[in-house]
Design a protein around this ligand. Structure first.
Ligand SMILES: C[S@@+](CC[C@H](N)C(=O)[O-])C[C@H]1O[C@@H](n2cnc3c(N)ncnc32)[C@H](O)[C@@H]1O
Length: 298
């Protein structure tokens, strides 16, 4: 990434961003350290030498370099390993985005805790200043944190209790206590109709499901097949002027496809909406990062 873009991000209180992206891997700056994700040994070597060249240009070198192999199959995913730097330093540390603190944990599994491609969507949610936010597939609850900082009550839902515990820590890292913030370790698809049944309503909803998963009851979830079920269930708990973020990593669903599917759901539910494609942050070239779309009900 260009030196001026790195500097602009740092000046905005952000020290977690992509430094480089290629077809065979990418480099993320995570505070004082970096993570290189790579598909082959040749790609790793190239990304390492690119990092050295870029570091000389921008006058910044990482304290530690972690590396993570990107396997073809999700089942073969393993956590990152330390490639160079001080092995006695903790594997958990804090990065900032627009001045907001998020915990990185290199030992927690394949993902470190913060999806950097969602930076613009976190900023958008915060700017919307919603009152009641439903964050489904919440992971480490970064969307709940920005909503809470804007004064919202939040409900964060994820199958993984450990991820929600990390979300609780992210709230605390930002001097927020848990009052007004609920965390439910449940299947989001099963929970949505129950929220409707007890008349819970939200004025912002985050829908960022995985491409594939198995629900709590072993039910198979595939975003391409079940996207409409999820959005239709979310529309039942949406306030009249709710903002819904639709997001997916599934390559078959680009923002245009998301919008076509969302429009069909809105029509079926007789809800009027406008649609907003924010695109990707400056450090993500086309082809990298999630497809996302804001559906603004009105
Ligand atoms: C793509 S991540 C979400 C990232 C998150 N929105 C963020 O920006 O940090 C997907 C998350 O969905 C969770 N998950 C998978 N299937 C689920 C389900 N049926 N119900 C609730 N959570 C689920 C996983 O545990 C994982 O944390």
């Amino acid at each position: 990434m260009a030196a001026e873009s790195c500097q602009a991000l740092e000046e905005a209180g952000t020290n977690a961003f992509r430094l480089a992206s290629g077809s065979e891997g990418w480099v993320e700056r995570l505070g004082g350290d970096v993570l290189i994700s790579y598909k082959s040994e040749a790609a790793l070597e190239e990304l390492l030498s690119g990092l050295t060249r870029q570091g000389e240009k921008i006058g910044w070198m990482p304290g530690r370099i972690f590396t993570r192999f990107l396997p073809l199959k999700n089942a073969e995913r393993i956590p990152a390993v330390l490639h160079s730097g001080d092995a006695s330093l903790p594997l958990t540390w804090v990065v900032t985005e627009a001045g907001v603190c998020y915990e990185i944990d290199m030992a927690a599994g394949y993902s470190h805790g913060l999806f950097l491609d969602q930076r613009l969507n976190r900023a958008k949610l915060r700017a919307l200043q919603p009152r009641r936010v439903l964050n489904t597939f919440a992971y480490t609850c970064s969307f709940s944190v920005v909503a809470a900082l804007a004064g919202a009550e939040t409900l964060s839902v994820d199958l993984s209790r450990k991820s929600l515990d990390r979300g609780r820590r992210n709230l605390r890292r930002n001097a927020l206590d848990e009052s007004g913030h609920r965390f439910l370790a449940e299947d989001a698809l099963e929970l949505l109709p129950r929220l409707d049944a007890v008349n819970e309503r939200f004025d912002a909803i985050i829908l960022d499901p995985p491409t594939f998963s198995r629900g709590a009851n072993g039910r198979r979830w595939q975003v391409e097949d079940h996207f409409e079920d999820l959005l239709n269930a979310a529309l039942e708990v949406a306030m009249p002027s709710c903002a819904i973020l639709l997001s997916t990593n599934c390559k078959a669903l680009d923002p245009g496809a998301l919008e076509r599917r969302a429009r069909a759901c809105a029509k079926g539910k007789r809800r009027a909406a406008t649609y907003l494609q924010l695109g990707l942050p400056v450090d993500f070239p086309p082809g990298h990062g999630s497809s996302t779309l804001w559906m603004m009900l009105r």
